[in-house]
Design a protein around this ligand. Structure first.
Ligand SMILES: O=c1ccn([C@H]2C[C@H](O)[C@@H](COP(=O)(O)OP(=O)(O)OP(=O)(O)O)O2)c(=O)[nH]1
Ligand SMILES: [Mg+2]
Length: 158
């Protein structure tokens, strides 16, 4: 990764990038938990950080846990604000309908992505600037078929 930001941390088991060019650093569970099918748990990581102003960190699921066990992060992406000094926690959800999932201390349960973020100044106006192709269309307006194009949208969602 070319863009490196120094982040002060207190942690017994700091998040680790599995590869030098990974975007997400794996977060480890600091405690054990049993996630029954359909249940969730707030799991401590033992990690606290001091992000520089203008940055945020996002707690996101690991794809392996999702694909193999149906484990996700309920509030993904969990947002860690620059001013937060508490323990980063992960709200894991077991989406499996029939398999419980065991978390042991040290397990890599989610990953943390540090990113620069903009703060908006919300400027009230009477009317938003127009001229965009999308306009107010959303929520599946382009359909799912591969051949959907901006021109084809006029006919409605496939
Ligand atoms: O997955 C997450 C999401 C958030 N946080 C921490 C860091 C974040 O800065 C703080 C508050 O998060 P958020 O603003 O999403 O929660 P809220 O429900 O709005 O709480 P608050 O009223 O404290 O802002 O909780 C985590 O540890 N893990
Ligand atoms: Mg909040």
């Amino acid at each position: 990764m070319t863009d490196v930001v120094r982040v002060p941390i207190t942690a017994s088991n700091p998040p680790r990038y599995a590869h030098d060019d990974d975007a997400g650093a794996d977060l480890h569970a600091a405690e054990a938990a049993t996630l029954l099918p359909g249940h969730r748990a707030l799991i401590g990581t033992g990690v606290a950080i001091a992000l520089p102003e203008g940055y945020a960190a996002f707690v996101v699921p690991r794809s392996g846990l999702a694909a193999k066990h149906g484990i996700t992060v309920v509030n993904s992406p969990g947002t860690v604000d620059a001013g937060y000094r508490g323990e980063i926690k992960v709200t894991l959800l077991n989406t499996s309908l029939d398999q419980a999932f065991e978390v042991a201390p040290g397990d890599r349960i989610a990953q943390l992505i540090v990113m620069p973020v903009s703060r908006a100044v919300f400027v009230p106006v009477d009317e938003l600037p127009g001229g965009t192709v999308r306009g107010a269309n959303g929520f599946g307006s382009t359909g799912v078929a591969a051949e959907a194009t901006a021109a084809g949208q006029a006919g409605g969602a496939a």
